[in-house]
Design a protein around this ligand. Structure first.
Ligand code: GBH
Length: 496
């Protein structure tokens, strides 16, 4: 680009205190990286080009989930979750790994908050473990479980990091699974009771709550293919009913949070939207991608945002369609303050003449992927997904609740992981996010998945998603190259 448009704006993050020299030394570990980072902290950073800047007050941070980092699976009165049960069943997780210890965040949270601070992150998205709060899923709360999140929240705030809490990141209390799990409508009610309780206790300090994380993941993989906990393979009619109960749980929880929380508490979902990307950016394919976005998300985001199941969805399910009432649809589409989306990969779409007017294209055989075989690279997903939310449903506040990648990291001789692939991934995805915000798409924040390497579900500890390397034998944390990169992005509020 030859012409630069002056913005006249002072990005909020630039007014934030820069991380100290010492913090950056610590952040970058022992290698050559430390010198680079330290010298860039000493010299004033060059002013970012206008076309790389994110909006003022843009919130930058990282994301995590309870089962993937906390460990302490039996401590302080915590109940068993379906992931405890699943990981303890032979053959379910690679190498027989479990989340029993994970990265021991339950005991190391103070140190971990300092890592966030060293990075210059000002927000943090974590999840609350339902079976810590209600060991039996419902009934009597466990004060010691809640206490952990009180301590974590206070520690974050003391370090000027804004907490965003997810209420469900897949760790259903096993006691509820024993009564049918998400196949039982009562689970949706129990979720709302738990959500309302937590919001009442924590909303004096936590001002943003996410209801359910990635409905498609825990429903389709947990109850359909059986790859995730609870490992069931149910037929379509039962699966569709579970999908319905999940969105109903979301809606009940939105209402319970509104009833229980301090006024002004913001609530929304955190969903892995199917990010329909027009394979070529031409009008007909763009229209096809918008259509595809509504239909490919019909049983989750679309019904939450429209209060109805699309005709195409109901026709496609036929006799297996979920049973529902109008009143339930009203609950499911309770007004939201924002929509959170997890964006990892694109779904390429092109226009066709025949109904439904679009076609999902398969990935080319040689399409590049990151370390997880499912993750095809497509930075433009981070442009189209939020753009669709605004265009199709007029969503006014959007958070990218997860984005990141798995890599096959090996520490170099100096102990640092030089994950140039993650830096490449982030730079390209963030450029596409910046394109969206520069066009006025109202994205308010971005949470990178993840701060630390952690328990990557069925892949166990083999696939690493962190900015900070964790030696799982010693629990030593060492910042990777990508940590220095992301720290710079946050400090400048610009994609560099
Ligand atoms: C997110 O899911 C999760 O929210 C987070 O907990 C996780 O650690 C992170 O991403 C990285 O995976 O086994 O081939 O059927 C991202 C979306 C959906 C990707 C389920 C993996 C299973 C693929 N995930 N999918 S497969």
């Amino acid at each position: 680009m030859s012409e630069r448009t002056p913005t006249g704006t002072t990005p909020d993050a630039q007014t934030a205190p820069a991380p100290s020299r010492r913090a950056l030394f610590k952040l970058a570990g022992a290698g050559a990286l430390a010198l680079d980072s330290a010298s860039s902290a000493a010299a004033p950073a060059p002013k970012p080009d206008a076309e790389t800047i994110l909006p003022q007050k843009f919130r930058w941070g990282t994301a995590s989930s309870a089962y993937q980092i906390e460990g302490a699976w039996q401590e302080d009165g915590k109940g068993e979750s379906i992931w405890d049960r699943f990981a303890h069943s032979p053959g379910k997780i690679r190498n027989g790994d479990t989340g029993d210890v994970a990265i021991d965040h339950y005991h190391r949270y103070r140190e971990d908050v300092q890592q966030m601070k060293s990075l210059g992150a000002r927000t943090y998205r974590f999840s609350i473990s339902w079976p810590r709060i209600f060991p039996e899923g419902a009934g009597l709360p466990n004060a010691k479980g809640l206490d952990f999140y009180n301590r974590l929240t206070d520690e974050l705030l003391a370090n000027d990091i804004e907490p965003f809490a997810t209420l469900y990141h897949w760790d259903l209390p096993q006691a509820l699974q024993d009564r049918g799990g998400w196949e039982a409508r009562d689970t949706a009610r129990a979720f709302a009771d738990y959500a309302g309780y937590v919001a009442e206790k924590l909303s004096d300090r936590i001002r943003h709550f996410f209801t359910l994380n990635e409905l498609a993941s825990f429903v389709d993989l947990g109850y359909g293919t059986g790859q995730f906990a609870p490992g069931l393979t149910l037929p379509p009619a039962r699966l569709n009913q579970i999908r319905h109960h999940a969105v109903l749980g979301h809606g009940f929880a939105v209402q319970a949070i509104r009833a229980g929380a301090k006024p002004g508490t913001a609530v929304g979902p955190s969903e892995n939207i199917v990010a329909a990307v027009p394979v070529i950016e031409e009008r007909e394919h763009v229209v096809a991608a918008e259509r595809a976005c509504r239909e490919l998300n019909a049983s989750y985001l679309t019904v939450m945002l429209e209060g109805r199941y699309t005709d195409v969805y109901l026709a496609s399910t036929g006799a297996d369609a979920p049973k529902f009432t109008d009143e339930e649809l009203r609950v499911i589409s309770s007004p939201l303050d924002f929509v959170g989306i997890n964006v990892y990969q694109p779904t390429y779409v092109r226009a066709i003449a025949a109904p439904p007017g679009y076609e999902v294209m398969p990935f080319a055989k040689s399409h590049p992927r990151m370390a997880s075989s499912w993750q095809h690279i497509g930075p433009e997903a981070l442009y189209w997904a939020p753009r669709h939310l605004r265009k199709i449903w007029n969503v006014k506040q959007i958070y990218i609740t997860e984005n990141g990648c798995g890599t096959a990291d090996t520490p170099a001789a100096d102990g640092v992981v030089y994950d140039s692939d993650r830096v490449m991934f982030l730079r390209n995805y963030l450029s596409m996010l910046q394109r969206a915000t520069s066009e006025g798409v109202p994205v308010r924040g971005y949470f990178l998945w993840s701060l630390f390497d952690n328990f990557e579900w069925v892949d166990g500890y083999d696939t690493r998603f962190g900015l900070i390397h964790v030696d799982f034998a010693t629990q030593k944390r060492t910042a990777k190259l990508s940590a220095a990169y992301f720290a710079q992005v946050m400090r400048r509020n610009a994609v560099a």
